[in-house]
Design a protein around this ligand. Structure first.
Ligand SMILES: [Mg+2]
Ligand SMILES: [Zn+2]
Length: 194
């Protein structure tokens, strides 16, 4: 049987988004994230992080440093019984920086590349899966991959952004249910995981 997954954006969902966080000293977990991950673990759905890391393309930190922080994040959550199954990252940016990571790619959200890679590697049924993100890009990626639900954590969803996302839904003929909540603590009651 195929798996289901909950895809988590990193900055703004797992940790407070302070901009290009690259060190555990700056990495501050968001209230309620451990409980949310534990809940997803109990529901036997995979927990997969999908994160844009253009700081790598911009030359602000390297892949090795990103990997060290990722291992620390996964270990720290694990110590709290919150299990992350995998982490996907996009090191690219279409224009910023001057390394081989400065290029168009298919993984940088709003594109669904990371969701599609994960669905192949973990045998995930995307139409039974959920994305949680704090940016319009996360929700756009979720809709393009036709996930079941996209949870947008934002205190200020603009009407034009919501209209845009509805148009994206139309374009992809997606059935994704878009839900807006003000913070991570608001996710558990509306999670369509069953
Ligand atoms: Mg984010
Ligand atoms: Zn990429």
């Amino acid at each position: 049987m195929k798996s289901r997954a909950v895809f988590f954006d990193r900055d703004g969902i797992i940790n407070i988004d302070k901009g290009y966080v690259s060190d555990s000293d700056e990495f501050e977990f968001v209230d309620g994230i451990q409980e949310l991950i534990r809940h997803v673990n109990v529901k036997k759905s995979k927990c997969i992080v999908v994160t844009n890391q253009s700081g790598i393309a911009r030359g602000m930190y390297g892949v090795e440093q990103f990997n060290v922080l990722t291992q620390w994040m996964v270990d720290t959550l694990f110590a709290d019984d919150a299990v992350i199954d995998d982490v996907y990252y996009c090191p690219h940016h279409p224009t910023a920086g001057e390394s081989h990571n400065t290029r168009q790619c298919i993984c940088r959200k709003p594109q669904p590349g990371m969701l599609l890679f994960a669905s192949v590697e973990h045998d995930i049924n995307l139409s039974q899966s959920i994305m949680i993100g704090d940016s319009k890009r996360d929700i756009h990626a979720a809709v393009s991959a036709n996930l079941k639900q996209a949870i947008w954590v934002t205190k200020t969803p603009s009407t034009s952004d919501l209209t845009h996302l509805e148009a994206v839904k139309e374009t992809y003929q997606a059935n994704t249910h878009i839900t807006v909540v003000p913070d991570v603590l608001g996710i558990l009651p509306i999670l369509q995981i069953d």
